[in-house]
Design a protein. Structure first.
Length: 329
């Protein structure tokens, strides 16, 4: 059985090696069509990847990097990992007949009986049981499986990362980590804020996004995709309003609004947005660009009524409360 011990690994290095570990292929899984995690991970520098990826299409896609999650909450224990792979496996399963999960479940009991051989003195060991993040709500980028135990008051995990395609198999060889923070077990938590106003939402189940104010849960807003503020998107013009930009201030002054009457609406919907529109309407000089409208030389920025979440072509979402700021993780 392939072991998982590498000299001198840090927590970051241990997690990165697990994410790139070859967990095999199976003829009956769909990895050939969709790719397996470990194959897709080979050329990724996880330290440079974002801790959270937030995108919108027809739903809220909030994904937390399993790499950053583990590094933030756990600490790699090289000695216990070496003990598991080099001493325990040779004594407890010399013929390599057991699977990883069975071996993980039996390790705390073996450790209780053999701790003096490892750390000089007898340790108090209690097996807490195990779990799999796929058995509940989770927004982690990959599934985790573990067996937990307490040794001398500190909590440890025999941890595996799912590197395959089919969730029933394709788990890495286990490594042992010390739990630094119980936040590790919060697999479905998340926060979304607006970078312009003070609106924010949080989730603890990866579905309901609860607001911090008197507005709707985020998942209850309609989502509408647009491309480069193309106001010809069907129905989008109904979401439009404009706010006067005070030249002496950096923020919008939303009390100065101009309406979008039917005649102007028709012009906006038909305009070729590769150029700036310049025309007169009801005696007013109108200019329209992708994100601003000028009326008689006064600039108004295009914003959106709080009907829903406007999604730009890069997957970013515009706040449904202020209609201006981007939603950020």
């Amino acid at each position: 059985m392939e072991t998982a011990v590498k000299e001198g690994l840090t927590t970051s290095g241990a997690v990165m090696s697990m994410l790139k570990e070859n967990t095999g292929r199976h003829a009956l899984d769909s990895g050939g069509a969709y790719g397996r995690h470990w194959e897709r991970n080979q050329h990724i520098d996880f330290e440079k990847t974002p801790a959270i990826l937030l995108q919108f299409d027809d739903r809220i896609e909030y994904t937390r990097s399993v790499y950053h999650h583990i590094v933030n909450y756990l600490e790699y224990d090289r000695l216990l990992t070496e003990t598991f792979h080099e001493l325990y496996l040779n004594e407890f399963d010399p013929d390599e007949e057991m699977g990883w999960l069975q071996l993980m479940e039996n390790f705390p009991g073996w450790l209780a009986d053999n701790s003096q051989r490892i750390i000089v003195y007898p340790a108090s060991v209690e097996h807490l049981g195990g779990g799999n993040s796929a058995n509940g709500e989770s927004n982690l980028s990959q599934t985790l499986q573990w067996e937990a135990f307490i040794m001398d008051g500190d909590e440890y995990l025999l941890l595996q990362i799912h590197g395959g395609c089919d969730i029933r198999g394709g788990y890495t060889a286990p490594k042992i980590f010390k739990v630094r923070d119980e936040g590790f077990y919060l697999f479905a938590d998340g926060y979304i804020t607006c970078d312009h106003c003070d609106a924010s939402w949080y989730t603890d189940d990866d579905y309901h996004w609860y607001p911090n104010g008197k507005f709707k849960e985020l998942q209850d807003y309609e989502i509408k995709e647009i491309y480069d503020y193309d106001l010809r998107t069907p129905g989008l013009i109904d979401w439009l309003e404009t706010a006067f930009i005070d030249p002496n201030q950096t923020s919008l002054v939303p009390v100065h609004k101009i309406s979008v009457p039917d005649e102007l609406r028709e012009i906006l919907e038909k305009w070729d947005w590769d150029e700036t529109a310049r025309f007169k309407f009801a005696g007013r000089r109108i200019e329209v660009s992708l994100d601003s409208i000028w009326v008689n030389g006064r600039e108004y920025q295009v914003v959106f009524k709080n009907k829903g979440i406007i999604v730009e072509d890069d997957g970013d979402g515009i706040c449904p409360v202020c209609g201006i700021g981007l939603l950020c993780a």
